[in-house]
Structures are given as structure tokens and as C-alpha cells.
Design a protein around this ligand. Structure first.
Ligand SMILES: [Zn+2]
Length: 514
């Protein structure tokens, strides 16, 4: 899409401000609709568009009705109660674990209790087990005799174990892939440390995802690149913010035929410590890890339908992913997304609302280390995909909602005006046009043309807790969760009743994971 096309088609009389946020192969355009001059005219446009919908026999799409849905969400603690069950009671939900299976049962039962029609999509998931991890510096310049410095580490998902007695080897510190190649001849037999600190300044200024991807590239691809050059193990500085001395786990990627080496995340402070010591002379590290992979396990996506009143075959998905990493209880990543989606159905039920189209709550399995739930869905339900009219996924934490991100055609953006009018009192006023799926689990749906949406939330502190031992219930502000349910409920209602948005051009399925 081009900026010129936007300018021609969107909010013609509204003052616009564009900022480009160039991320890895992405261009995002932010429409700041809360601009003080623009807002009154914007509101007017919103009302006019909303009124035009009222030509229909009912007023279900009026701003007043959308506001009623918003207010019901803001007065409900349903989602927070479900969040406490998934996190405090069920716990970490790594694919293949007992807790992940318990979460499937719990979510299915809760959605049934709401009166929805519940189904399960079978998913074969990897069963990787973290085991035990220990790392210590055993030699470095100036070390007092007999002293070991213990390090804060966590195995990366998919990492194999070390030999039983561990690995003791010299550490090679690099800061990027170019430096790794520059020192390629020194890699063999060593432990490679990628020390690339998370840029909190970017996160503080609205570019948290950029900051994350800058660091996470070493977590995704660093161990495999080091292994190809003969490294015996790989460590990466934590891909996240926060000054809490915590490692942040996550996927590392191996390609077929790679010799897999033990790979772990190090707390940023420990990565920086090794970097400083290595500038003084040789550093040796002892590493013991028992992580390993077991045979795949049968798991499930949970689906729950609130059947459409007049177009039941047409489906609007509202979703989050049920699995989580295992260092904490996955409160923000992504129990919040699942319970916010459940909260949408709870609000509709509470108000006795019957959408035209079917609202389908989906709790995806295995987003974190395989995305197999998302792929199983599009395979199992292939015949019905042409009737999927939109998909929402919340998977960016529980920060305060600021707007909506959408992978839709630019000419369709204007039709969301009444949604923004209804949500403006919550401070939800930014529309972000994306040219890729806003959620990993709904990316395979985008690839077959289904427009995608996500709540746009404040992520400046999301990566403080993301994939770390700090992702717990106490970090979730109940008011922000209510706001998120409100955004998703108003948007879901609109998508389930308004005119169908244009389908996206079909593309190759995007792989992903976070
Ligand atoms: Zn997630």
C-alpha cells in the first residue's frame, strides 16, 4: 500500500499525522486520531457513519449500543477471575505439560458454562522439558583462588542437554552476527555468548517490538549459527527489559541437519559481566543442562461458538494462546489474551446479545514453540475458511490499550469509525494499519485472506516480564484488562454485525512465534 492511497481514501477532512516505524520487513503507519484539532471532526464522521448503519432494521451498530457493550465490559471482573484460575491455580502451560492439558479442560468447561457450543481441534505438540540448568564462571582474570561466580540462566526452548558432567570451555563474546563471522576461526570448541542488550530507550518511546526483535534475532538464530562454526554451547543476553537479573527464555530455531548444541538465556547483567571480564583476558565457564525433548503429545485448540442469529456459517474469531513458557505462569503471555477473548463472550451473554454472525472464541495451543495449533486449525477447518470474515488475537500483554492494529485493506479502515467513537472515552483512539498479521496464531488465516485485528496496547514494560519468571498475575492491572475486554468486545460485535470487510490477497503462510 502507499501513503498516497491512504491519503486519498481515509478521513479526508481529518488532520492526519503519520509516523513510520520501520521494523524488520514491516512498515507501520500510525494514525493519531486523538489529535485535538482532528477529534471533533472525527467524532462527527464517526457519528455520520454510525447513523448510516442505522438504516438497518435494528440499531445494533449504533454508537449507543457499542457504548453499552463497552460499559458492560468495564464493569465485569469475569476475565480477571478466569485469569487467576489459569495462572495461580493451573500455572505455567508449556505445550505437552500437565498444566497445558489442564488449561484445555478448564477453558473448555468455562466456555461451556457460559452457554457456548464448545469443540476441540486435535493438535500434535512438541514436548520439550526444561530440566535443570546451572552455569558458573570457573576462571577469569583476577579470580581469587577457589571462587566461582554463579550466573542466572535459563535453557532456551528446544535446547538439548549438556553431557552429564556438563561442559567447561572458554567463552567467546560477540555482539552481532558480523562479529561472529569475523571470529569464525576461534569458535570451535568454545561457548559463544551473544551480548546484545535490550534497548529500553526504544521501548520507552513506543518501539518495544523493534527493541525486542533486535535482540531476539540472536535467540532465534544465534545458537544454530554458532553450532555451524563448531561452538559447544551458546548463550544469549536476555531478550527483554527490566533490571531484575532474570533470564528470558523463548524459542531457538534449528534447521534440519543442524548439530544442536545446548543454548541458554543469560540475565543481561551477567552477559555484561562476562563481556567486561573477557576484555581483561580469557574467561572459562562451566555449564550443566538437562533439558530434553520427549515424543510429541496430543493436545487441543479450544473453540467455543456463540452461534450467529442470521449468518451462522460466517465466523468472527476472537482469540489468545493458551500455552505459555514455563518460568512463570504466563499471565501476560498469553493468559490475558485468552481470558479477554472469553470475556467478550461473557459480555455478549450478560447483555443477551445475539450477533448476526457466529462469534468463535479460540484458545490456541502451542503458539510459543511450534504454532501447531494455528496450523491444525486451518487444516481441520479448511472447508469453512472462505466463511471466516475476521480474526482478532490479543498477544501483546496487558498494558493499557491505546487503539487497534489491523491487517485490512486501507479502503476499509474508514468503516471502523463508530468503533473508535465508542472506545474514545477509554483513551482508545489510535488506528494502526499493518501489512502483515497482527498475531502469530491468526497469520495462517491472513494467508488465506482473513482480515486480522489486535488490541494495540502500551508495551513499554511488556518485555520486562515477557518469557521470564516475572510473568505473573500481580503484574496485570485489572483495569487495563477490563479495557482490553472492552476493545475486543466492541470490535467483535462490530465485525459480527457490520458489512463484511474485503478479503486480503492470499499469500504464503507466515511462520511465527514469540
Ligand atoms: Zn504470546
Amino acid at each position: 500500500m502507499t501513503q498516497a492511497r491512504f491519503a486519498a481514501s481515509l478521513f479526508r477532512s481529518v488532520t492526519r499525522r503519520f509516523t513510520a516505524d520501520v521494523e524488520t520487513r514491516k512498515l507501520r503507519l500510525y494514525y493519531c486520531l486523538s489529535d485535538s484539532q482532528a477529534m471533533p471532526r472525527y467524532l462527527l464522521i464517526g457519528v455520520l457513519i454510525a447513523l448510516s448503519f442505522n438504516v438497518r432494521a435494528d440499531d445494533s451498530l449504533s454508537v449507543a449500543n457499542l457504548a453499552r457493550i463497552r460499559d458492560a465490559a468495564m464493569h465485569s471482573d469475569y476475565a480477571y477471575k478466569e485469569l487467576a484460575i489459569l495462572t495461580d491455580q493451573i500455572g505455567p502451560r508449556l505445550s505437552g505439560s500437565i498444566q497445558a492439558q489442564a488449561a484445555v479442560k478448564q477453558t473448555a468447561a468455562a466456555l461451556k458454562q457460559l452457554g457456548l457450543n464448545v469443540g476441540l481441534v486435535p493438535v500434535s505438540v512438541p514436548h520439550w522439558v526444561r530440566g535443570y540448568a546451572h552455569a558458573a564462571l570457573v576462571d577469569y582474570p583476577g579470580r581469587p583462588s577457589g571462587v566461582l561466580q554463579r550466573l542466572a540462566i535459563a535453557a532456551l526452548g528446544n535446547s538439548p542437554a549438556t553431557p552429564k558432567n556438563g561442559i567447561t570451555a572458554a567463552v567467546l563474546v560477540v555482539h552481532d552476527f558480523d562479529e561472529l563471522q569475523l571470529h569464525a576461526a576461534q569458535v570451535r570448541g568454545r561457548i559463544v555468548l551473544f551480548d546484545a542488550p535490550f534497548d529500553q530507550n526504544l521501548a520507552d518511546n513506543g518501539y518495544a517490538n523493534t527493541a525486542y526483535l533486535q535482540v531476539a534475532q540472536y535467540r532465534f538464530n544465534g545458537p544454530a549459527q554458532a553450532a555451524r562454526l563448531g561452538a559447544v554451547a551458546a548463550l544469549v543476553s536476555a531478550a527483554g527489559g527490566g533490571d531484575d537479573h532474570l533470564p528470558h527464555t523463548g524459542m531457538t530455531v534449528w534447521t534440519h541437519g543442524d548439530h544442536r548444541i545446548p543454548a541458554a538465556s543469560l540475565a543481561q547483567a551477567d552477559a555484561a559481566l562476562i563481556d567486561r571480564l573477557a576484555q581483561r583476558g580469557p574467561v572459562r565457564l562451566h555449564l550443566v543442562m538437562t533439558s530434553h525433548r520427549l515424543p510429541n503429545v496430543q493436545s487441543h485448540d479450544v473453540l467455543a461458538d456463540l452461534r450467529g442469529s442470521s449468518e451462522p456459517d460466517q465466523v468472527v474469531i476472537v482469540s489468545g494462546h493458551l500455552d505459555s513458557w514455563d518460568l512463570a505462569t504466563g499471565a501476560q503471555d498469553d493468559a490475558v489474551g485468552v481470558v479477554a477473548a472469553m470475556g467478550v463472550a461473557a459480555v455478549f451473554k450478560q447483555l443477551n446479545l445475539h450477533p448476526r454472525r457466529t462469534l468463535r472464541v479460540v484458545a490456541w495451543m502451542n503458539e510459543e514453540n511450534g504454532l501447531s495449533g494455528a496450523h491444525a486449525y486451518v487444516q481441520d477447518l479448511a472447508a469453512s475458511l472462505p466463511d471466516h470474515v475476521a480474526a482478532i488475537e490479543s498477544d501483546n500483554g496487558s498494558g493499557r490499550p491505546l487503539g487497534i492494529a489491523a491487517d485490512i485493506l486501507p479502503q476499509d479502515a474508514y468503516s471502523l469509525a463508530s468503533v473508535f467513537t465508542a472506545l474514545h472515552p477509554l483513551g482508545v483512539s489510535v488506528f494502526t494499519q499493518l501489512d502483515q498479521s497482527p498475531g502469530a496464531d491468526i497469520a495462517p488465516l491472513a494467508a488465506v485472506g482473513v482480515p486480522g485485528f489486535a488490541p494495540l496496547v502500551d508495551t513499554r514494560h511488556y518485555f520486562d516480564v515477557h518469557h521470564s519468571a516475572a510473568d505473573t498475575l500481580d503484574q496485570v492491572d485489572p483495569e487495563n484488562l477490563r479495557r482490553q475486554v472492552a476493545v475486543m468486545a466492541v470490535l467483535s460485535w462490530w465485525l459480527a454485525n457490520a458489512d463484511i470487510l474485503t478479503r486480503l490477497p492470499q499469500s504464503a503462510a507466515e511462520a511465527g512465534g514469540d
